[in-house]
Design a protein around this ligand. Sequence first.
Ligand code: NDP
Length: 607
Amino acid sequence: MAVTESRSPDDLGFDPDGLRDKYRAERSKRLRADGNDQYTEVAGEFSRFVDDPYIEAEVERAPLTDEVDVVVIGGGFGGLLMGARLHEAGIDDVRLIEKAGDFGGTWYWNRYPGAMCDVESYVYMPLLEELDYIPSQKYSHAPEILAHSAAIARHYGLYDNACLQTEVTELRWVESDQRWLVATNRGDAMSARYVVMANGPLHRPKLPGIDGIETFKGHSFHTSRWDYDYTGGDPDGNLTGLANKRVAVIGTGATAVQCVPHLGAAAEHLYVFQRTPSSIDIRANRETDPEWAESLGEGWQRERMENFNSLVSGIPQAEDLVNDGWTDIIGKMLAMLRSDGDMSPGGIAETMELADFEKMEEIRSRVDEIIDDSGVAESLKPYYRQFCKRPCFHDDYLKTFNRPNVELVDTDGRGVERITQRGVVVDGVEYEVDCIVFATGFEVGTGYSRRAGYEIVGRDDLTLSDKWADGVRTLHGIASQGFPNCFIMSQTQGALAVNYPHMLNELAMHLSYILGEALPSGATVEVTAEAEQEWVETIISSARQRGDFFENCTPGYYNNEGQPTGRAVQNGPHGGGPVAFWKILSNWRDEGSFEGLTMTRAGTPAG
Ligand code: NDP
């Protein structure tokens, strides 16, 4: 018997039909025909928003025209893991190229006050066992993660041949050399037999295309380039420069949730402009227990990562090692599923929906418990399914709205109406401010080359932008036909994991396996047209496994701003989730024939 038939709203404590209606109504307020086009490029007068404010001294060096075995583009966790796994595979003629002043990627750029990892640091921070390092807290703060990134680079000797403060401007395949020519903004023209692109998923800040955004005469910046010269303080907070300032923050996603408590504590007056509230669960951060750390045996991190990934992918495990808000969400769903007993596809879907309602009711009642003003509380309640947006966990965010100097401006799903010389307008009311902080996130659905910041020109002068104009085409998300020896680290046509570095680690190991085979003979590796076509079809058909979940979600970057069909499906991850996708990769490696790739050694196709 279906759960809704066996339990009345009184038994459940909520009315599923009423909630479904409410979710639909909230979603429809937010749907917009312009989808992703509502955002504007950070360019022109806003290009200062992407300058590097953290460089202490500009590196001076002559342009490079040398040759290396492998160029890795990007010095975030993707590039670092790639460098580490290549080193372990005995491949050391590797050059990491990074536009920032140091390694760290997202943790180099995102230094806003309160920044911390939202997935447990013992599974989030890569290579802990390899570096014999235990994070100081269950959820580490950004400076510790940034320091760990530099430690990884030192441990694997990745600084030695690195090009920091260097931005790739073009990759061009040179057929006669069977190599890539890598051009940069420093006049480099290096040659590389293999290239790995680890550009990062949320890398290019985006701005909403709000009318008048360019007219604001006060101060403004994006959270990923926090302006401590203006705010004072540091990543721990203490933003003393804001004591006499009226500040607006636009956006209430995962970033805003972490920095708003610090802005609220420091600003004379803070306006938080909200379009969609985030779901805010308990964080309960704590110091690492030294006895627990001491007790960890060999292989503990991999075991913990896999346990976490399985649980958040909905696969029951004998034990919940991480045991936090992430695994609790799934645990509740699985418990309900077990007690209900209806394991038909329809029954499972219905039970999952009910468990989701129950969880979100808990999130909404937490808002009521914490927020003093009932009107403000209502505005802060999220009405959508838990995984429509990245769930947030914080113990001070909601409380901030009880402060007398903090005001939530609820735009009721419409977003900010206009920006003027003096401030921000919603519902015809102008909120005068001295500073606007854009917590508006990063480009997700735009073209790969635009986000990467450089074009990739493959065989016969074909660009990757042209090749993918009608949708991404790859084998396993890692390579595309016509672009030999060029590899991609991304979730597109691969795995979208809650714990992103886990996914990067799987890819780094997979690519090291391929390069370990190809490099000794200098083979040229290329995806076959048939394998690519088959994978594109697999991706499209696997999307059905997600059902219509994202179609019914409130808009956001998880569902291509409310347009999760057509090309967005092709450009999405494998619908089976990370566990299924990584199994495909490991089976492929175990099979051992490099199926779908050609490896051409000195003109001899070797299959
Ligand atoms: P998001 O894209 O999640 O949030 C952007 C915010 O800006 C949303 O609240 C959005 O509203 C709002 N917005 C956009 N346009 C307008 C407008 N016109 N008017 C008003 N509001 C607007 O970006 P974040 O930087 O917060 O987070 C991005 C991702 O980075 C996270 O999902 C997470 O994956 C990652 N992250 C991870 C952290 C970690 O600890 N590991 C910490 C912080 C971020 P709406 O929701 O309606 O679109």
